[in-house]
Each structure stands twice: as C-alpha cells, then as structure tokens.
Write a protein that binds this ligand. Structure first.
Ligand code: ADP
Length: 531
C-alpha cells in the first residue's frame, strides 16, 4: 500500500515536472514566434517585451541594449512603469548598479525583496515602488548585447522556473534584437550610400555583370534627359540614351581588359560627354575567381570645358601671332643693320647679341605655343600612322641640315607594318625635337641613328647619338619644362623641347625614356601603342 502511494506520488510529481517543462518550452516558443515576426528594431523591442511579460506574468519590464561605443547600458523599451525612462533613454554607465552585476556575472541577478534602501544607479527608479526585480543578460553572436528586466510590486515574485524561463527567453529576444539591429544598420548604410550617390554632381551609373543598369543617379538621368526609374533594370544596350554615347560605352565594356577606361564623346548637338569606367569586384565566398561584378560609369558634361579650352587655344594662337610679327620685323631690321656696319666689329657684335636675343624669343614663343596646343589636345587629329614611313620622311628632310654640320643621319627601321593611331604632325614634331637635340649636342663626324622597332604591344622610336651623354642625376629631370643640364647654357635652346615630346607621348597614351652615360652618347625613346 505504502509502495503504491509513493509510486503515485512520484508519478504525479513527474507529470507536474513534465507539464512545467512543456509550459516553459511553450513560453519560450511564444516569445520566439512573436519576436521573429519583424525586423523593425522598435517594433521588435515592444512586442518582445509584451510577450515576455505575458509568459512570465510580471507587472512591468524593460529592455536595455549595450552601447559598447559609449560604454553605456541604454534603456530602449519599458512597460508598466509610471515614469517614462525611454524618451530620453535612461543611460547607465557599464559596470554600475544591478545591470553592472548582470554583465560582470553574465547571469541572472535577482532581488525579491527591494525595501527602498538600495543604492540604485538611477535613484528616480525608486519611485516605481517595485518589490521584486529579475534581470537577465541577452546574448547574440557570442557576447552580451543587452539586459531583459522584469519587475513586480509584490515581494518574492520571481522564484522557481521563472528564472530559467527568463534566462532562455532573454537569449531568444537578444538574437531577434541583434538581427533587427543589423538589419537597421544595413538599411541605414544603404540609405547613406544612396544619398551620397544621388547628391554627387557627377553622373553615376552602375551596371551588373550582364550589362543591366542597377543604379543611376539624378545627375546622370539629367545628362541623358531620362527618368532614372525608366533605366533601372534595363540592359545598357537598350537604354534610351544618345546612340553614339551608348555605342562607345558598349564598345568599352565589351573589351576584355578589366581596367579603368575613359573616353569622350561629342554628340550631334555639340555637347561633349566624358566617360570614366571602372570595374567593380565583389568578394564572393562561393566564386573565388576575380571576375567583374559590373561597372561603375562616371559621366560628366564637359562641353563648357572644351569650349573654354578652345577659346584659350585661340587666344594663345592670336597672341603668339601678334608677338611673332613685330619680332620678325625686328629680326630682319637687325640683319639689315648688321650688313650696314660690317666694317665696325664692335657694332656688329652688339647687333649679333640683339639678333640672338630676338631669335631666342622666337624659339620660346614657338615652343610655348606647341606645348600649349599639345597639352590642351586642341587640334590633335588621330589617324593610322605608318611610323616606318614617317621616320624615313623625317630623316630625308633633316639630312641636308645635318650634312652641313658633317653629321651622318641613319634611319634603322626594323620590321614593317609599324602602325599606330596618332597625329602624324605631332609625332614628327616630337621626333624632330629629339633629332634637333642630337644635332646640337654632337660633334662633326658623329652619327645620329633613328631606330624604329616593335616590341609587343608597342612601337618604339629611338634617337641615338654618340654625343657627350647626360649625367645620371640630371636624367630624371630632363623632360621637365625649362630644365637644361648645367653647362649647356651656351647652346641654343629653350628647355622646352623634351617637355613637348613628353606631352606628345601623353596625348597618345604613350611614354618617353632616356638611356645615357656621360661620354657614351644618349638614346632618347618615344613609345606608342601599336595598332
Ligand atoms: P633644349 O632646348 O635646351 O635643348 P630640351 O628640353 O630639348 O631643351 O633638352 C633639355 C636638356 O637636355 C638640354 O638642355 C640638354 O642639356 C639635355 N639634352 C637633350 N638632348 C640631349 C642629347 N642628345 N645629348 C645631351 N644632352 C641632351
């Protein structure tokens, strides 16, 4: 009989225990289901608190989040309190009060007999007249993100399984809040990026890897005179933008080289647009290959700049022309004067100084004008140029002048079909500058060789002389404007010849180089991309 009774008792206790566990799980489940419904942080905070109070049967509660940047515990939601502690939010420095204990212990902190004598971090909290309080840490991604508190007006309100339930619920709420906070941060970042994207003065277009427009800002929409919404999702090739601009863009995007590209397009209405394209790479966990995920295109309407450049070039040309005329007159007058005073050596010496000054001024004006023109890009017309033929022509032109100085001029064209896209006039002028220097700095009897050769993907034009060579420390500065190597001041020159060659190279996306050793001659090179 005794055995049966104890068996029944055990059975009843077991059933009650199972029921309690089921109730606990149901309570946790109810809260989990409620808080996972939204990604809105404020809403999640409110619904989570309500759900918690319902399942644990507390009079009041609060949720605080930890702001690790400011080192504070910030109350974000409250329910059942007489005072408003949320707006503005109650902030407790990390480590202070009961919340400090929750964090340092990383466990539930309970006080079932508040009698008003407690040292509280926020004294005003005393007015709430709570007799029991339980606070549990909320975890997410391996750290404490906040504290879930429940309160009651009755003493000894939180005993038994309520504490275990509170602990489990706190973590469920923590994960939900952390997700909501992450989502809020990413939405905020997206908004911020979009605001920057929209407010830049440059037109910006982003495409995905299939060439569909994924983003376009107001400035770009205004340049193309279209509604931004119309273009989102549309393939670039079908976008209602000017056909010439569209064609150039598709051409640039179709080439395999995945590097920055830039070009300008002049439309039928005279407007000039400048495009700058950069590939976008997004790190992918799945695909480790370096494939572009699309492109960012910067568009600028540079019509006003082109116009200003044209006006400047015209002005400089007119000014140079106006300066050249009186200089020409002075030059011929001085020469005439010189012939009258041939018998008086001291007078002719003075006149010759004046003549040298005037001709130096003429050279300077010519070189400055050339530099200005090539740098502005105004009047640079590119077409297919056969470099072998160009070098042969140039050498033929200059050979008589060199012969007068007893210099031998050799053209060494290695290979054929050495073609580039360029402006033949400017390439020739650059070559003449190299040849002119070689002439100036060599001695009678020397040989000047112009060599042309191909080295994938470039065509090189090299002028070699066996003149005095150039000290190593001067070589880096040679292509700077007005730079002349010390000791060469007496030789005619402006210090602009090599700067012009460099600008010609740059106008053709090419480069220049020099190899030289004092006493062993020099080699000056111009590198252009082969067609
Ligand atoms: P410049 O009008 O003085 O020749 P450049 O810009 O053409 O101006 O050349 C700059 C300087 O480079 C020259 O003053 C000269 O000192 C040096 N230089 C250029 N070419 C040669 C060369 N072939 N041999 C030796 N020195 C040279």
């Amino acid at each position: 009989m005794q055995d049966l009774e104890s068996l029944l008792l055990q059975n009843r206790l077991l059933t009650e225990e199972v029921k309690r566990r089921i109730d606990q799980l149901a309570a946790i489940n109810t809260v989990a289901a409620t808080v996972s419904q939204s990604l809105d942080l404020d809403r999640t905070l409110k619904t989570a608190l309500q759900a918690v109070l319902n399942v644990v049967g507390a009079d009041a509660g609060g949720i605080s989040l930890i702001d690790y940047d400011t080192g504070e515990v910030v109350l974000r939601a409250q329910q059942g309190w007489t005072h408003d502690f949320v707006s503005p939010p109650m902030r407790i420095p990390l480590g202070r009060g009961m919340s400090g204990r929750v964090i340092s212990r990383d466990d539930v902190v309970l006080d079932n007999n508040l009698d008003g004598s407690e040292q509280l971090a926020v004294p005003r909290f005393m007015d709430e007249d709570f007799r029991s309080i339980a606070m549990a840490p909320m975890h997410a991604r391996g750290k404490i993100i906040g504290i879930l508190s429940i309160m009651s007006k009755k003493p000894n309100a939180f005993v038994g399984e309520i504490i275990a339930v509170l602990k489990a619920i706190a973590d469920t709420v923590g994960v939900a809040l952390d997700n909501a906070r992450l989502y809020e941060t990413s939405v905020e970042q997206e908004k911020r990026l979009n605001a920057i994207f929209q407010s830049t003065a440059d037109g910006l277009i982003a495409t995905d890897q299939n060439g569909r427009i994924s983003l376009i800002n107001q400035a770009a929409a205004a340049i193309f005179n279209v509604e931004a919404e119309q273009l989102i999702g549309a393939p670039l090739r079908e976008a209602p933008i000017h056909p010439r601009a569209c064609e150039s863009l598709l051409f640039a995007l179709s080439s395999r080289v995945e590097e920055n590209k830039s070009f300008q397009v002049t439309l039928d209405n005279g407007r000039t647009l400048s495009f700058f394209l950069s590939p976008v790479y997004i790190e992918s966990q799945v695909d480790q290959g370096r494939q572009t995920d699309g492109w960012v295109i910067i568009v600028q309407d540079i019509t006003h700049l082109i116009e200003a450049q044209r006006q400047r070039a015209e002005f400089i040309q007119a000014a140079a022309h106006d300066m050249r005329n009186p200089l020409g007159v002075a030059f011929s007058s001085l020469n005439m004067l010189n012939s009258f005073f041939q018998s008086d050596a001291s007078v002719t010496e003075i006149i010759e100084i004046a003549i040298r000054g005037v001709s130096r001024l003429q050279d300077l004006i010519d070189d400055l004008l050339n530099l200005e023109q090539i740098e502005s890009g105004y009047g640079v017309d590119k077409a297919e140029v056969d470099i072998g033929q160009l070098v042969n022509e140039a050498c033929a032109e200059i050979r008589p002048t060199l012969a007068e100085k007893e210099l031998l001029c050799v053209a060494d064209i290695q290979g054929d079909n050495l073609r580039v896209q360029g402006d033949a006039r400017w390439i020739k002028r650059a070559l003449f500058n190299y040849l002119d220097n070689a002439t100036k700095y060599t001695q009678p009897g020397d040989t000047i060789t112009t060599r042309v050769f191909f080295s994938e993907p470039f065509v090189h034009i090299e002028v070699l002389d066996n003149g005095p060579g150039i000290p190593a420390e001067a070589q880096a500065k040679l292509f700077q404007r007005f730079y002349r190597v010390a000791g060469t001041e007496k030789i005619r020159g402006t210090g602009l010849g090599l700067a012009i060659v460099k600008s010609v190279a740059e106008a053709h996306d090419g480069s220049v180089y020099v190899r030289s050793r004092p006493g062993q001659g020099s080699a000056f090179g111009l590198t252009l991309r082969a067609e």
